[in-house]
Design a protein around this ligand. Sequence first.
Ligand SMILES: *Cc1c(COP(=O)(O)O)cnc(C)c1O
Length: 361
Amino acid sequence: MSRVYNFSAGPAVLPEEVLKECAEEMMDYKGCGMSVMEMSHRSKVYDEIIKEAEKDLRDLMNIPDNYKVIFVQGGASLVFAGVPMNLMKKGKAAYIITGQWAKKAAQEAEKYGEVVKVASSADKTFSYIPDCSDLDIPDDVDYVYICENNTIYGTKFWELPNTKGHELVADVSSCFLSEPVDVSKYGVIYGGVQKNVGPSGVQIIIVREDLIADGPALKCTPTMMDWKIQSDNESLYNTPPCYGIYVCGKVFKWIKKMGGLEAMKKHNEQKAKILYDFLDSSKMFKGTVEKKDRSLMNVPFITGNEELDKKFVAESKAAGFENLKGHRSVGGMRASIYNAMPIEGVEKLVAFMKKFEEENS
Ligand SMILES: *Cc1c(COP(=O)(O)O)cnc(C)c1O
């Protein structure tokens, strides 16, 4: 068996230890004679799996008791609709547009209410995070929305926007559990898990209790997207994405074992530094975003020559580095270096880039 270094933006690399455990438990989960894929979501065994996953996530993120955690299906893209449906009580929200995912979330929200775009970095192909310290936010918005880490463009909010007292809603799909977080600063934190936490098919929504106490803002909200119902039923209103939640639970335990989110942050900073330092010293490769806004998770880069980019992607693939091609909307290359990417993966990639630069200049 040989495994590649997988730099995919998502679904993405998972810890080998977790995959091995899943394999070991595939035929017979802890002596119950069946796989987690085969068991009832109402069984005692499964109940322990989902409860323990929630508990470990609460420990890791230090989630205050007045926040609910729900595991649901549908992709982060379904939450784009779930946010306005549950929260737009006054029918208006402010969106900060820092890339495609924020744009799509805003487009979805426009179906349900008024969207005010209070800031954007579209003028420079989303290569920076706009100054959000003093935005012109209407008084009567229900929330301010951000995409905290922009997976496609490789930028990250290192400082949260000044929401002027409004609730902050953040899509953290691609930076989930990559660093410590103060949950109390948000009304809602949510993300798809397939970037940094588990297999596709699970969304985690962390929402402050009072925001959903009276049920969704829109009466037409499908039951499945009603966060109060999902929360009242402890994510077991219907069949949840059982196996995915089980894998997420294992990843939570792996992160705990690695030292928690502080340790994750150090590990991620160390990896990102290796790559960014090289990009800053290289004559051939260049990072594409403003230094102060660089993501620790997604690192886009270019040579400035499309033919050379293509050659690099092909040769890196042949050398065992997978999925380095940039997003179709940006071109160039992108290395996603999530929690589970080992340091050696980044070191070897940089060594390969150095060699490529020597051979091609
Ligand atoms: C991948 C991604 C999405 C879309 O996720 P789906 O689960 O495919 O809908 C949304 N937001 C961010 C930040 C992402 O990285």
